[in-house]
Design a protein around this ligand. Sequence first.
Ligand SMILES: [Zn+2]
Ligand SMILES: [Zn+2]
Length: 304
Amino acid sequence: MSPRQWFKGNLHTHSTNSDGDAGPQHVAGWYGQHGYDFLVLSDHNHLTVIEDAAEHAGDWPMLLLGEELTVAATGRPVHLNGIGIGARIEPVTRDTVTEALQANVDLVRAAGGLASINHPNYKWAFDDRAMQAVEGVWAFEVFNGHPSTNNLPAGGRPGTEQIWDRLLSGGKRILGVATDDAHHFKGEFGPERANPGRGWVSVEAEACTPAEIMSSLEAGRFYASTGAVIGALKNEKTEIVLEIEPRSDEACTVTFIGSRGRELWRVDGNTARYRPSKLDTYVRAFVQTSRGTRAWTQPVFVSG
Ligand SMILES: [Zn+2]
Ligand SMILES: [Zn+2]
């Protein structure tokens, strides 16, 4: 068995096959030039396949096929990614957000993919109440780099982390991903544009092949990041240990979070350790750096 390594990937991005401003080859090239190991070109209701991708194996990331299933239910946008699917899916709508999510999650699973619910706070479409009853969801976006996705809590509305903790506290086993949802690869980059490079996952796997990456994603052997780098991670029921690799002199704080979003333990420094107790139902770690970058480990389910 080869030792596991970290592989960096973006699970959500667009090209001219939907509403992105650059062709799929340009998009794959951007991610290749910026150190990504794998990429999902997730165009709206379109399966982007680059026929000659094998010829670019050295300069492009490994491409996992995916699609952003995009519908509206009761006038609200319902978007979810099917990751690792083998063929295009025709998404369906239903009379409620919950039913629309469920129907499309079922289609993704039937196509052999992982279903990830995208940007719940985009246009304030829905929150945990619509997601709690949906079965078979693999993950949701705890961070989306598009400027209109309202990741943080404000105005009395829950941020994505609050949504996550409510789902987890309600007994739902759902993972968290960070993504770019990039649309803009051309022209000047800025905070009002949906540029690439803002959110990604780092996956621990034995090799960067579709099968290995899919297997690690499904098992939760990854963390989500907007820049913070975790060099070593033990994420088990008995013990959670993070070793952060700071960039230059950046300072780090790690917070361990449990049921109902409660702070269980906080560590200032680059190494943090927590031993879950029998009273913890789940524990997840959140990293904040002085640079403003963040990282989220996957929840460890302690009971059951
Ligand atoms: Zn979307
Ligand atoms: Zn998108």
